[in-house]
Design a protein. Structure first.
Lengths: 984, 296
């Protein structure tokens, strides 16, 4: 509305002085680059205000999708929303083609290295790779040796982080080869952007992401030669505590894989099974989102709760495929980087297409000396990082370290040089970023994704790999980045240093190095040694140095060639897009420090017209019709609790609302007849302490107010509204993949309410009452939508059972609170009861304004038509337990059926007059007994359902390791008669 | 010399256990000095899955799954071993220890390359200054490697107190090193930590020790023990075993089960269980020499 009156303000300024920030945006003659021009024209035609408006809409959509980076982090109470910049990152067709080729090559190269390292280890035996990169590397999991006896296991999900640098070159920062995250966020970004900038996609030049995911799903269907038409594929998540849980949910839905956690899976007979309500279902393929060492507590000895005991053995038996293959974390070793150009020539017979960020491995004498010199050269800072990407050794830039720290770093490097790499500090290019209605510039990296596929798909991103090593060079890439194969290498070539210079630095500093570790020992020891020994020491270091140099420089001349070929039919597909991450601080990417500030959609332009495909496009094969009734037991349990928590919160809110409305009235508390009764309910529901009800303090306005506010806002109290809402959120988050988007939307609102829930802002009772009103609406809407939008499968049944159990229990507590004092309750008490029981209107419709015990108890206890009555809950529960899955058909009723039948029958056979007959003392023994009976029965029913259906959730725990005897034996005697034989 | 070994591990559960996965390093490996003549592993209740394979270090590992409900799990490993002690190098005549480091870092032979991986820190054994310094007065420049290593064995034997109550299987090496107490596993780990911190290759050995009863008393059943010691690599000579718990070079009474970088690589029995509540663990080992006449 406003924008029309103010006119269109261009998004991109006419003559920006930003050429030096973003070399890609303008051509050397100062014109916008063609791939940017399209975007600039379009965004300028929209204008700043319209873009801002659309961006706000995008944020809204993401909020509704629940796109967050972390749902329940330990430190923050609330999740960080996923940030998307509305200005995409366009990649011209030539760049995309170059990157695609380079990534494919890299995936093939890493796959070959994996196959060799966990197989014959020819690369180590023939000295193409230094063994310490693996022997000293905690990521090298010896338990995975020979795990895959047959075919080379493929990297089905490989992510590569790249940057474009001001020299126009793309360089690779790192690879993610275990369980890379980000593809789901890239997909979410595309979905959002295609909604706010639809016209850009109609032009038909931006490549679609959907075909890649189609190939990806196909790849999973065909993994490990499974010939099943519908293999059972699961995505193994670490659960809602994972920072990327949103993506787990999003991707598993999109790909159609069941989202599971470790406790959902079990290994029997060397096969993996999913624990469901109906029993154990075999699992064929696991797409894992947890790291190698967390996958199997039995084999990797990790004491965390994650992992599936026996998984490694199941993989070894070939009964399940895990992707990426176990142990693939070894490929994330930064120490490998300097060797990649040589390995690429050796294994694939190709030059490495995309170079890495210049990286030196300190395990070689020359780079080590160079690094040690540079550490003290403040004019020439360098990044020092763990060669094995160990989290406890974070990457540091020497320019950020004080002298003291630099010295201790140098000592650490000298003690174990093989554990460190140095990397060149470089600033990645910047991109224009939309920030508060105007463009600014931020540094950017992109994460690209590739997958190994078995059969040719229809996607454009396909290319067969060479079938034999040492094939001729592929057609030259469109960009000139091949000329300089790799920096570390060229540095090494320049510095064929004389012998002395290799040892000198360490000798000079030898008083600094106290640690008697390999390197230092050698040198220290050599000092007092006879001259006979010295040459051999020097020789050894020289050999060591020359060994790797020669390999890297002239691999084709190497005496022992390594033949590691991929199966000829293996192909790699690259996602024609990427997750662009932006930050104003370049250290974010190189040091993994600082904060990522957001993301961008990445557009790969095609020279051909891209066929339009819906993002939610589904496969062409006919899917078999499922009326799934099987649910993982853990999900059923969470559903049950979700139903319970929602109902419990609603019940509490209704009681609190009734109390608040009386506190807000003009009457004094001591003349409100029903007030003690309301306090009694609150005490019985454990909303307030029981001491308050029935004492004089119960009439003290100040005390009551404090108590009520506390019962709403306190996070310390188990029974507070805030705690209950947090429970709802926690449980809902863990079954997020089962809830509709609309339910999520409401849950997002509830989170908003929760944030506003602060006793400081709502210290007025009247404001609290408004808030409670809103909360009741929100939570009722959530419960209604969650149940209404769900198929009437087992998930729905368990959620509704939770709800019915809780509601029945709640109503019994209300009735018990009313009839706990002798005599006929007062009219005001009846009225208050109907109010908190949400049955006022029904009662007045039936009985007008006369209050009597019998009709009220009938309406709230026995009635099967009143959705608030205990009778109604029992009838629903009876229906549910009858349909729960049975492992075997039985002639007899199950325990839970018996309990429900017993309770329902009892209610149905009740004569209300008899039940309510009052003794002379004013007691109603029939009702008291009845309520107690129902209360116990409902509790038992809840326990029984849990025991019968949900006990499979229990996870395996580790046994104590055996080594006990030498501890229990106090002493033992060694026979020393046959003393050691010596060589004579 | 011929030995018969019986090793029973028993888990008694407080509540019924429904499924148990186990990995067992209970099959003696063949070594230059030892041949495993006969071996068997029996589980009660009967496992649904039982398979064997050779691990990264050449040990035989057994994977089993018990899937029936049980209150007790009993694992019995029995074997017969023929032990032919090898001649050991004369300690004083072994090469200077610095040469060992040098040779292993060059790893030009297959044996050297294999030994190379035993110089680094491993899951349970750290390397560090304090261990190297503790051994520095023994590993003087040019000292013959085996002589120095044996002196280190003696130093641990002398300065550490055998105290089964002081540590558990998961006590870190740092702690045992600080309190100067522990059992064979701790002593082996500590000596390995010292050797590796100096740059020398050392591996952990899990096995048994043949013991004799005090003079005049009968040998008690189940009185033997799981034992642990270590070996150091000397290029040209191979691996030489060292037992810091008893201050000897093992010859004819140490029976090898398996070796690895540390205890975590070759834990005799490890497993996970579903259900079971609290459990009690008991182990009984018998190592008996078979008289020469019986060997035929």
């Amino acid at each position: 509305m406003e924008e029309e009156s103010t006119g269109v303000k261009h998004v991109f300024p006419e003559n920006p002085a930003i050429t030096n920030l973003c070399s890609d945006l303008f051509t050397p003659d100062g014109k916008a680059a063609p791939h940017w021009q399209v975007l600039i024209t379009y965004l300028n035609s929209l204008g700043s205000q319209e873009l801002e408006r659309r961006w706000q809409k995008a944020r809204q959509i993401m909020h509704e999708h629940g796109a967050v980076y972390n749902i329940f982090s330990e430190k923050q109470e609330h999740a960080r929303p996923w940030e998307l910049d509305p200005v995409p990152f366009p990649l011209p067709a030539e760049t995309w083609e170059f990157l695609e080729k380079g990534i494919k090559q890299r995936t093939r190269l890493l796959t070959s290295i994996y196959a060799d390292i966990y197989g014959p280890q020819k690369l180590i035996r023939n000295s193409h790779l230094p063994p310490e990169l693996f022997f000293a590397n905690p990521r090298f999991l010896r338990q995975c040796q020979g795990l895959y006896s047959g075919e080379t296991p493929q990297l089905h999900f490989h992510a590569t982080d790249l940057c474009r640098f001001p020299d126009g070159r793309w360089r690779i920062l790192s690879d993610q080869t275990q369980s890379p995250s980000g593809a789901g966020y890239a997909l979410e970004n595309r979905i959002i952007l295609s909604r706010i900038l639809p016209r850009m996609f109609h032009s038909g030049k931006v490549m679609r992401l959907a075909p890649f995911f189609k190939l990806f799903t196909h790849a999973f269907m065909e993994i490990s030669g499974m010939e099943k038409r519908e293999p059972n594929i699961v995505m193994l998540s670490s659960g809602p505590s994972s920072p990327t849980y949103f993506e787990h949910v999003f991707l598993s839905r999109y790909l159609g894989f069941t989202l599971v956690e470790s406790s959902d899976l079990t290994v029997r007979n060397d096969s993996v099974y999913l624990k469901t309500l109906g029993g154990l279902h075999p699992v064929d393929v696991i797409l894992r989102r947890i790291e190698d060492s967390f996958c199997d507590p039995l084999v990797f000895g990790n004491s965390s709760l994650m992992g599936i005991s026996g998984l490694v053995q199941a993989v070894r038996s070939g009964n399940v495929a895990v992707s990426n293959p176990l142990g693939s974390g070894i490929l994330e070793t930064p120490g490998l980087i300097p060797f990649l150009p040589g390995l690429c020539r050796l294994i694939l017979g190709e030059e490495l297409l995309i170079e890495d960020l210049p990286t030196s491995w300190c395990g070689q004498p020359e780079p080590l000396n160079r690094v040690l010199t540079r550490i003290n050269d403040s004019n020439n800072p360098v990044i020092i990082a763990s060669a094995f990407a160990m989290p406890h050794i974070p990457a540091v830039n020497t320019k950020n370290l004080a002298t003291e720290k630099l010295n201790s770093l140098a000592l650490k490097i000298k003690a174990a040089p093989y554990a460190y790499v140095s990397r060149e500090p470089m600033k990645p290019c910047s991109l224009p970023v939309w920030d508060k209605g105007a463009l600014t510039f931020s540094h950017a990296t992109i994460r690209m994704f590739s997958t190994a596929i078995t059969t040719p798909g229809s996607g454009t991103a396909l290319e067969s790999s060479p079938s034999a090593p040492f094939t001729s060079q592929p057609s030259s890439p469109p960009e000139s980045s091949m000329q300089q194969a790799s920096l570390p290498q060229s540095n090494m070539q320049q510095s064929s240093l004389p012998q002395s210079s290799m040892q000198q630095p360490s000798l000079q500093q030898s008083n600094m190095q106290q640690a008697s570790l390999p390197q230092s020992n050698m040198q220290q020891a050599s000092l007092p040694q006879s001259s006979m020994q010295q040459p051999s020491l020097q020789q050894s270091s020289m050999q060591q140095a020359s060994l790797h140099q020669s390999n890297m420089q002239q691999p084709s001349l190497s005496a022992s060639k390594v033949h590691i070929s991929l199966s000829p039919d293996k192909k790699i597909a690259v996602m024609p897009g990427a997750l662009t991450k932006i930050s104003s601080d370049p250290d974010t990417f190189l040091l993994n420090a600082g904060k990522e500030q957001g993301s961008k959609d990445t557009w790969c332009f095609s020279n051909d017209t891209v066929e339009y495909k819906s993002m939610m496009h589904h496969f062409t094969e006919n899917l078999e019709i499922h009326r799934g009734s099987d649910l993982p037991s853990r999900v059923a349990d969470n559903m049950l609790w979700l139903g319970r928590y929602v109902e419990r919160t609603e019940g509490m809110l209704r009681v609190i609302r009734s109390v608040l409305s009386r506190l807000n009235s003009e009457s004094r508390l001591d003349i409100i007849e029903e007030f003690p009764f309301l306090l009694r309910i609150m005490a019985n529901l454990e909303i307030i302490s029981s001491g308050l009800s029935g004492s004089d303090a119960g009439y003290n306005m100040k005390i009551i107010e404090t108590e009520i506010l506390d019962s709403m806002f306190s996070t310390q109290r188990a029974g507070s509204i805030k705690t209950s809402l947090q429970n709802v959120q926690r449980v809902a988050a863990s079954v997020r993949d089962r809830l509709s988007n609309d339910s999520w939307h409401i849950l997002g609102r509830m989170e908003n309410d929760l944030t506003q829930f602060s006793p400081h802002r709502h210290n007025q009772i009247s404001e609290a009452q408004e808030l409670v009103n809103e909360m009741i609406l929100t939570i009722s809407a959530f419960a209604g939508l969650a149940l209404e939008s769900m198929t009437r499968g087992m998930g729905w049944r368990f959620m509704d059972m939770g709800r019915r159990l809780e509601r029945a229990g709640h109503m019994i507590t209300l009735l018990q609170s009313l009839f706990s004092s002798r005599g006929i309750p007062k009219n005001q008490e009846f009225e208050a009861l109907l109010e908190v029981a949400d049955s006022t209107i029904t009662y007045h419709n039936r009985y007008r304004t006369t209050f009597q015990m019998e009709p009220i108890v009938d309406l709230l206890l026995l009635d099967e038509l009143n959705p608030r009555a205990v009778g109604f809950q029992m009838a629903s529960l009876f229906d549910h337990v009858e349909t729960l899955p049975r492992s075997t058909p039985r002639p007899f009723r199950s325990t839970e059926e018996k309990i429900t039948l017993n309770l329902t029958t009892r209610l149905r056979l009740t004569d209300i007059k008899e039940l309510m007959s009052m003794t002379q003392e004013g007691n109603i023994p029939g009702l008291t007994e009845m309520l107690e009976f129902m209360k116990k029965g409902i509790q038992e029913l809840g326990n029984q359902i849990t025991q019968h259906y949900l006990s499979r959730i229990e996870t395996e725990k580790q046994l104590r390791n055996s080594f006990a005897v030498s501890r229990s034996a106090t002493s033992f005697i060694l026979d020393t008669s046959g003393k050691t034989d010596h060589e004579v | 010399m011929k030995y018969k070994i019986s090793h029973t591990t028993r888990y008694q559960y407080g509540e019924p256990a429904s499924i148990s996965h186990n990995e067992l390093y209970l099959t003696p490996r063949n070594t230059p000095s030892q041949r495993c003549l006969d071996r068997s592993i029996t589980l009660l209740p009967k496992p649904s899955v039982l398979s064997q394979r050779v691990d990264y270090f050449g040990n035989t590992v057994t994977s089993t799954t018990i899937q029936e409900q049980h209150n007790v799990m009993e694992i019995t490993a029995e074997s017969q071993i023929l032990l032919t002690p090898l001649l050991q190098p004369i300690p004083e005549q072994t090469q200077p220890w610095e040469n060992v480091i040098n040779t292993v870092w060059q790893h030009t032979t297959q044996e050297d390359l294999e030994a190379f991986q035993f110089i680094f820190a491993s899951p349970m054994i750290p390397v560090g200054k304090q261990y190297a310094e503790w051994a520095q007065d023994i590993f003087l420049p040019g000292a013959p490697v085996l002589k120095a290593a044996m002196e280190l064995t003696g130093k641990i034997f002398k300065e550490f107190k055998y105290d089964p109550q002081a540590t558990t299987t998961t006590t870190p090496v740092e702690t045992a090193f600080d309190i100067k107490r522990g059992v064979c596993q701790d002593f082996a780990h500590i000596q390995i930590a010292c050797l590796r911190s100096l740059g020398l290759p050392a591996r952990y050995i899990s096995g048994y020790l043949h013991t004799l009863p005090p003079p005049g008393k009968p040998k008690l059943i189940g009185s033997d023990a799981s034992h642990a010691w270590l070996a150091i690599y000397i290029p040209g000579s191979g691996w030489v075993d060292l037992d810091p718990t008893n201050n000897v070079i093992p010859t004819d009474q140490h029976l090898t089960l398996a070796w690895g970088r540390d205890y975590s690589d070759v834990t005799p029995v490890k497993g996970t269980v579903l259900g079971g509540g609290q459990h009690q663990l008991s182990v009984a080992v018998d190592v008996n020499q078979i008289p020469a006449s019986a060997t035929g």
